[in-house]
Write a protein that binds this ligand. Structure first.
Ligand code: ADE
Length: 225
């Protein structure tokens, strides 16, 4: 899978994409993630990428031209399954969306701009608008990093324990059960006895019960779907 991220602040994306699991996945060629600086495609001599709002108002709006030039260039090189725009007024990112996106081949993520982008970019170039939650960030870069992370970890081979992604919270509309590791007794805080029993069938049953209980208590809405 290939993810091309378009931004005016590439530095904001470097660190999240260059550590731990994502870094290894990229090095192993399991996913390809590229970051493009929209400013490099500005035709303006000052490399300007935003301008005043038509009709007046505070703040600057991202211009169409550099975004269109960059997206057109990328589209001439390969077909894209989705061109995503990160924005607080988009559809909320869920595990279901991440699962869907992980089945795609080529993806563009255009990072939102703090005041917004020219609506015509959204009308003519974008196929999907995603929000990572009901709060406003200074820009779409962190949202793009979160979408990329949630999608990349689902790609085969990215997480060493293949079954691990399947047992995540939300993957079957249930929150994940609690997990423990050594020592079995720390200052009298004990691991549930059943987990030390070696009885895999009973352990699976216990985990399912814990998942159900936790979901009922914390996210009963998940059980309605
Ligand atoms: N840009 C600013 N806030 C955002 C959010 N909550 N989700 C996605 N992109 C954003």
């Amino acid at each position: 899978m290939r993810i091309d991220i378009l931004t005016i602040l590439p530095g904001l994306l470097e660190s999240p994409l260059d550590h731990s699991i994502l870094k290894r996945a990229r090095e192993k060629g399991l996913v390809e993630v590229n970051v493009y600086n929209i400013r490099d495609y500005s035709q303006n001599k000052h490399k300007q990428v935003d301008d005043y709002v038509f009709g007046g108002g505070a703040g600057m709006v991202m211009c169409i031209e550099p975004v269109d030039i960059l997206i057109s260039k990328l589209k001439s090189e390969r077909e894209y399954d989705e061109i995503i725009y990160t924005t607080p007024d988009g559809e909320r990112l869920t595990q279901k969306t991440a699962n869907y996106l992980s089945t795609l081949k080529n993806l563009i993520i255009l990072c939102g701009h703090y005041k917004g982008i020219d609506q015509r970019i959204r009308d003519h170039l974008i196929t999907r608008e995603i929000s990572i939650g009901e709060y406003v960030l200074t820009g779409g870069e962190l949202a793009a990093a979160i979408i990329t992370d949630s999608v990349c970890r689902l790609m085969p081979g990215v997480i060493s324990d293949e079954t691990s992604a399947l047992t995540d919270s939300f993957q079957d509309n249930l929150l994940a059960p609690p997990v423990y590791t050594r020592p079995a007794n720390y200052k009298g805080w004990k691991v549930p006895e059943i987990l030390l029993s070696g009885n895999t069938e009973e352990i699976e049953k216990w985990r399912m019960e814990q998942s159900m209980e936790k979901t009922k208590k914390l996210r009963p809405d998940l059980l309605d779907d």
